[in-house]
Design a binder for this molecule. Sequence first.
Ligand code: SF4
Length: 406
Amino acid sequence: MSYLQSYTRDELATLLMPVCRKAALKRRKHATEEVREAYAQKKSHYHAKQIFSLHYQQHIHSWDEMTDLSKAMREWLKQHVQIFSLDTLTEQRSEDGTMKFLWQLPDKKTVESVIIPATGNDAHITEEGNQFRGTKNEAALKPDNWDRMTICISSQVGCAMACKFCLTGVQGFDRQLEVHEIVTQVAQLARTYPLSNIVFMGMGEPLHNPDAVIKACKIFRDDAGLSFSRRRVTVSTSGLVPQIDRLREETDVTLAISLSGTHDPQREEIMPVNKKWPLNELLDACRRFQGNGKVWITFEYVMLKDVNDTLEDAARLADILEGIRAKVNLIPFNPFPGSIYDRSDPEQVQRFKNALIEKGVFTSVRISRGQDIFAACGQLRSAFGTARGTEKHAPSLQSPPQQKNH
Ligand code: SF4
């Protein structure tokens, strides 16, 4: 038995071929083999499209209720393909509207998704300011004013990248999520919430699970299904260079880089992945990703007091991003018990931001959302987490929030 949400539309069409061949034999009895095969091909694509629409757009999640399909097709599907669903262990809502969902996977492991509603004011480049106009005003808190609803999804249970500012890294890697486990985080919540954007910024390094993530992106983009535009699906990575190239070759989604360092010794210290793929290789991959197109790449920069927050860092950051259509998102670090870093002073964050803007770099400071339910960026946690590797990082287990910054 396989899961519907594991298939791209073409794969589903291929899967449906046996049942469509049967129908072709019945309906094109006297036709040549070739004609019957062509008929079956056409039918299989037609039905795959129909099923995508019924499940992802009309939110029907039982074969019996897909009455647009023939009875024979429904019976065949019931025997061969299961419609996957995730169990919700907890669902929390922040006073600012942010929602956090803790999912239980079939093997009892858990991951989280967060929905972040926002007004247009939250993250638009202002004409005059060359910067994001982050607001935390009253209007932004009212559902009637929300015009974007971003879902932040997980791609792994735990993470192997061990970024030192991140509690998911501290938790260690347990396992990859399967395609259907990634897709269902979105499909299931899309039944209730008008999701507008998807970001792979939950648990895990998405490009450490490239097969599943790339396939999930294709399913998210499919216009017969969830139909997210390319700009509304963002994969955020700590910098796995070969997989950035693969993402560019196999999808057209948007890229974000968790940077947090402006030279190799500094970044290696903060993010061990830099030892394997140093900054120049990472930034070259970003240039290849952009090509001659007009896509922007977001660079997330966790601001760590006296580590990477000097004005020299700001100048270096502007220099290394030269030639890349870059948006920089500054993320004030949330310290946790046992963490070796402190949060940069707000005045220093402002000075850093101004220095970048003066150099012509689009820059924002990320506004924390959902802090009261530990759903803010950098605060995801896995309260029921079972990832391996937790013991060897025992000091951080006492801390409630999971620092998650890409
Ligand atoms: S920041 Fe991302 S890549 Fe780094 S440890 Fe955390 S989840 Fe993994």
